[in-house]
Structure formats: structure tokens, C-alpha cells
Design a protein around this ligand. Structure first.
Ligand code: GLV
Ligand code: GLV
Length: 307
């Protein structure tokens, strides 16, 4: 798609482009097609005098300085919508895995410990008919909520704005964060990372959660204070966690979260289905093409560039 509209300078090596190479190559670029591993900040923008569009192959844009892009009149494309359902599926997978102790069960079977049936083996917490608290009732949060109704869960949510349509459709009830944490059996984070959500789940928040509660994060790692989560999982302040994203990312191999039996960690796979990743790649390419043509992007994270 991109080769039809211009010369493509593709980073062919199958790992993240080193920052110096990126800064070197953006000098002549009219468009940048990037991922959440690239920091698009004022240093990069200064190195890229010709840049007219940035396209992130992700819905989250916390790796991009939106204000700096807006003040340069550079629209920033992202990929909302196409990844909503796949990410909500993964949130449910992590919730079920954490609550029903799938990680421990898999380890148990694989390591040869599986003996006779035991009625008290690896007992977990129930998901059906419980209370789910969704932090950030946006596109992905709403899709998680719809799935939760299939499990007979009742829904609490928190976020900067009320969602009357979701309240009406799913019986979701809005709470402040403290109320949500106190009432929920399972807490799922789907909010974007920004200064207001950084370390939203800190030591105090974890203390408010039920001792039997699970925490699921499919948003961004820094929403959670990692050290506080390690302590909460160790001391039993909460029962379990399911993490698709962590801080730092990747987690070093000797990190206590990878050792904790009550923590399921997977490597940022929220949107990682074949179909969804293809749709993201194509939407991100269309955003580049429209940006170069001077047309409004199909999905723009800083619509203020248009007035
Ligand atoms: C992935 O994390 C995304 O933001 O799309
Ligand atoms: C369990 O396998 C049961 O039959 O209850």
C-alpha cells in the first residue's frame, strides 16, 4: 500500500529500530509509520523537518508527544476500533486464567505433579455472577462489559465521563475509583496511559481491593505501581493478577512478578490475532496515505490539528 504512494524506507531487521538509526532516517521522511516502541518526542520532530504525518500501529499513543505534533500541524494516526474485540477477548482470557489459576494448573500438569484427583486442588475464585469493575469504559472497556454480562457479572465502571448508553444497555453502574475497588471481585484496566492514570493502582488502591480480588491489566503497564503489586500479591492483599502489559516491558527474567504463582504474565498480546494485526497494519497504512495527501486521517489522535 505504501509503496504505491512513495519511497518506503523500511527497517528490515526483526527487532526495534535503535533510536540513533530512527533519528538518522527520519531526516528525509515525509511520513513516519511506527509502533509503541518508538518515542515520537520533540527531539525526533526536530530531526524530521519534512514530517507531515505520524501513524502509530496501535490504539494507544502514550509513546507520542501529541501536543508537540499538534503544534507542528502534524496529524497523528492510530488504530482504534479494529482491535477492540480482540483485546476484550484477551482481557477475559486473563481474568479467567488469573481467577481460576490456569498458570499454576498448567505448570502442575507439565511438571509431573499431577497425581490422583483431589477435591481441594488449586481452588480458585468464581468469575460468573461476580462483580467486575472496569477502569476506563471506552471502546475496549465496553466490549469487556458486554462479555461480562454473558457470565452473569454485574458491572461497575470508573472513568472521566459517564456512559449512559452503556449503563442503559448493560446495567453498568458508575463509581469513583475507591468505590469500584471496594465493590469489585475482578478489576480490569482498559484506560489509556496519561498523567491522570499513571500509577492509578498504587499501594493505597490495592489495599482497597478485596483480598479475593483479581487485577487484570490490558492497558499500559504504568497504570499499576509494579512494586506495590508485587507486595500485594505476596502478602495476599489481593488474590491474583493477569497482566498483558507491565512496567517495565519486557520484564527482566528474574522479576518477582514472573516468579509469583498467583500472577499470569503474557507479553503484550492484546490485539495479537492474525486478523486484527492485519487490520491494524492496513488502517495505519491508510492513515499515512491520507496524511500525505493532506486529507483528514481515518483515525486521528490529535483532531485539533484540523482546527
Ligand atoms: C497496543 O497496546 C495498542 O495500543 O494498540
Ligand atoms: C468433575 O469432573 C465432576 O464430574 O464434578
Amino acid at each position: 500500500m505504501l509503496r504505491n504512494v512513495g519511497d518506503v524506507d523500511l527497517w528490515e531487521i526483526d527487532n526495534v529500530i535503535p533510536r540513533p538509526d530512527l533519528l538518522d532516517r527520519v531526516v528525509t521522511a515525509d511520513a513516519l509509520y511506527c509502533m509503541l516502541t518508538e518515542q515520537v518526542d520533540s527531539v525526533l520532530l526536530q530531526a524530521a523537518p519534512r514530517l507531515r504525518v505520524v501513524s502509530n500501529m496501535a490504539v494507544g499513543v502514550d509513546n507520542i508527544d501529541l501536543l508537540a505534533c499538534t503544534s507542528r500541524q502534524i496529524p497523528v494516526g492510530h488504530t482504534p476500533g479494529v482491535l477492540t474485540e480482540a483485546t476484550a477477548d484477551l482481557a477475559m482470557a486473563l481474568l479467567l486464567a488469573a481467577a481460576r489459576r490456569l498458570g499454576e494448573g498448567i505448570d502442575y500438569a507439565r511438571s509431573g505433579q499431577w497425581g490422583e484427583f483431589r477435591p481441594d486442588l488449586l481452588l480458585g475464585r468464581e468469575v460468573h455472577s461476580s462483580v467486575i469493575g472496569i477502569v476506563g469504559m471506552g471502546r475496549i472497556g465496553s466490549a469487556v462489559a458486554r462479555r461480562a454480562t454473558g457470565f452473569g457479572m454485574s458491572i461497575r465502571y470508573t472513568g472521566p465521563s459517564a456512559k449512559p448508553a452503556i449503563e442503559h444497555e448493560l446495567g453498568a453502574v458508575r463509581r469513583d475509583l475507591a468505590g469500584l475497588l471496594t465493590e469489585s471481585d475482578h478489576v480490569v484496566l482498559t484506560a489509556p496511559l496519561n498523567p491522570a492514570t499513571y500509577h492509578l493502582i498504587d499501594e493505597r488502591a490495592l489495599t482497597l481491593m478485596k483480598p479475593n480480588a483479581t487485577l487484570v491489566n490490558v492497558a499500559r503497564g504504568p497504570l499499576v505501581d509494579t512494586d506495590a503489586l508485587v507486595v500485594a500479591l505476596e502478602t495476599g492483599a489481593i488474590a491474583a493478577a493477569g497482566l498483558d502489559v507491565t512496567d517495565p516491558e519486557p520484564l527482566p527474567i528474574d522479576h518477582p512478578l514472573l516468579d509469583a504463582p498467583n500472577c499470569v504474565v503474557i507479553p503484550h498480546l492484546g490485539s495479537a490475532s492474525v486478523k486484527t494485526r492485519e487490520e491494524m497494519a492496513e488502517l495505519a497504512a491508510r492513515n499515512v496515505i491520507r496524511g500525505l495527501a493532506g486529507e483528514p486521517l481515518e483515525a486521528c489522535a490529535n483532531p485539533r490539528v484540523y482546527g
